[in-house]
Design a protein around this ligand. Structure first.
Ligand code: 3SL
Ligand code: MG
Length: 232
């Protein structure tokens, strides 16, 4: 199995027809995985708040407007981007219209891939299982932060690669190898807390979110994106 790592959403090329895993561990994909674990029906990613609001205006039954800019809930939206907000009583049976700075952009920009899975530390073992079942070449798409490399997403790419490498022979380039080395070097919690975006979230008061997002394997499901909707 050949594996490659895309470092950020500005460098998504050459993924047509491949199996992609999009990772925005802080915090969009962790939030999506949590929402599904708590009974959300679907997530629709949007590039901008305006697009999400327009869709909401047309179909607002059982929909929630969700997302952030600069880490903070968008004015007029129901939910921000903290996974801890996405409890069963809030999201069960709901479709979430979501726009975030990097995560939803990376998902939408991956739409030419053949299969698009949503990955995080929370569901990393389930993602690895799914990739082994599919047994195709894999591109791990790190959302990154504002089109720049982000240690947090790269660490989760490495975690998934390490989990795969225990069970199948991988053909890795040096970037994939570096991601594995990073994931093996420290606990996920420590890696997320030391990343630039982790430190920014701590400044905003979201330390608890980071602790939550660092829990490897807490959730056993793998959402996938069909080009319009994310479902499980
Ligand atoms: O960039 C994103 O998509 C967000 O996950 C960033 S934040 O953690 O909500 O600031
Ligand atoms: Mg991020």
């Amino acid at each position: 199995m050949q594996v490659t790592v895309v470092p950020h959403a500005g460098e998504i090329t050459g993924i047509s027809g491949k199996t992609a895993v999009v990772i925005d561990v802080l915090r969009a994909t962790s939030t999506m995985v949590t929402a599904f674990a708590n009974g959300a029906t679907a997530v629709m990613p949007f590039f901008t708040p305006e697009e999400a609001k327009q869709y909401y205006g047309w179909h607002n039954n059982k929909l929630l407007l969700c997302g952030e800019r600069k880490g903070v809930k968008i004015t007029g939206f129901h939910l921000g981007n903290s996974p801890l907000e996405y409890t069963g009583d809030v999201v069960a049976g709901k479709t979430l219209l979501m726009t975030t700075t990097n995560g939803t952009k990376a998902i939408k920009r991956s739409e030419t891939a053949g299969t698009i899975l949503i990955g995080s530390a929370l569901n990393a073992p389930a993602v690895a299982d799914q990739l082994l079942r599919l047994h195709e070449d894999v591109v791990l798409v790190c959302a990154g932060t504002r089109e720049r490399f982000s240690l947090d997403d790269f660490a989760v790419a490495g975690l998934i690669l390490c989990l795969l490498r225990e069970r199948v022979k991988l053909a890795m380039d040096d970037r994939a190898r570096a991601a594995c080395l990073l994931a093996e070097s420290r606990e996920m919690r420590e890696l997320l807390l030391m990343s630039n975006h982790g430190q920014y979230l701590v400044e905003l008061g979201f330390t608890e979110d980071i602790e939550y997002c660092a829990q490897v394997g807490k959730i056993n499901l793998v959402p996938y994106f069909d080009g319009k909707m994310i479902t499980i």
